[in-house]
Design a protein around this ligand. Sequence first.
Ligand code: AHR
Length: 501
Amino acid sequence: MPAARITVHPAFTTGPIDRRVFGSFVEHMGRCVYTGIYEPGHPTADADGFRGDVAELTRELGTTVVRYPGGNFVSNYKWEDGVGPRDERPTRIDLAWRSLETNQVGTDDFVRWAALTGTEPMIAINLGTRGPAEAADLVEYCNVAGGTALSEQRRANGADAPHGIRLWCLGTEMDGPWQIGHRTAEEYGRLASQTAQAMRRVDPTIELVACGSSGREMATFGEWERVVLEHTFDDVDYISVHAYYQEREGDRASFLASGASFEAFLHEVIATADAVAAKRHSTKRIRLSVDEWNVWYIDDFEGETNLELRETPRLIEDRYSALDAVVVGDLLTTLVRNADRVGVACLAQLVNVIAPIMTEPGGEAWRQTTFFPIALLARHARGIALDARLDSPRMTTAKHGEVDALSAALVHNTEAGELVMAVTNRSAEPVTTSLEHAAFGAVSLVEALTVRADDAGARRTRDEAADAAPRALDGVVVGDEATTIELPPQSWSIVRLRLLG
Ligand code: AHR
């Protein structure tokens, strides 16, 4: 059995893990909002029409920040349509997904849902068909206490206190030809800078995200980030990263190694941002907002322009396998490992649309396979990310070349007094790893759980998904200086050790 070694020391740290890394995304797309988070008349719905079962699963998932209302949807959205009395709101054509948008959920409603779920709203503004004026108006509507036309409008609409939205995305995927109003990097960079300045004049305390590339595979990737940051460096706090992965016929190894490509992508964006900083002799460090990431079987999607115009269609309701759960676990482990530069991350999306939570209209809500590793990491990867030394066997993949077979994040959970290890074995063989923790003193085992890909890689139905819940990981032997762990092939695991010292 191949062997690996992971060494940790409490003094060697990467940095505190921002709780915003455990974020998600609610877009007006398919059934994410309607019959997802919102379904008046559902047996669990509250007075606002929000489903209680979905709110409960959102809390169980450990979601911290939630991006809203898009995604591509936002690039033709008029936020004014979604506020005020529900029966006066217009129905419009959503150009992104060719759907009928009834506007029964809008900004004020979403902020109430965020309070219900204990999450922080992150609002994206429309830079597809609109610009600085409408963006500044929305900040005024949300964040000004009162005494101005728009803040008084919010108060009249029932929200007396300002929403106090801190995080704002300056549009979304503006590099993508599919985006309504997509632009060149030069055009977007100037517009984003001007918009940021207008928004900050209304509320100087907000945090802003500039659009990075829609994916590492985009032809303009790299140059897009450089040009956009040349324009916006002084105006923004974050640059976005979007990344989706899928298994392709006959190439499971490359899919399992998605985390390696993801990490290279993160490092390339960081390097580009730091190169822009260097040129300006600046010590400012732009952080990453990985505000769309997930496994998505995008090849199965019929494409935006082939969609029939209707209300609440079932769009990209991918069913996930245990293998997908392993990869999702690895992607989130990668984000935790890069805690020094990843400040925000949003799983795309939360409900029904490539989501860990699924619903039936009028019926139950249930957990997909991917729900489990996310919930475990959100619960236990708290505190300080450690700069662990990993000596791993290597594996070869068709798409990503040679990569480490293991991927691990080590966390010093100072609150719970635990050393937590999340680890993926991407290879087809079991691997024995030794976790060298002598510098932490004596430890005892709290819990070791694993999710293992099955051979068939079958996408799971509601009843089958529950069987992919993490099981006890046998073969963990705790020693004074090191713990030995046998990692099953193609698995994601979490091991929690209590610090006894
Ligand atoms: O998350 C689904 C879609 O993927 C989003 O709307 C868009 O931003 C991305 O292309």
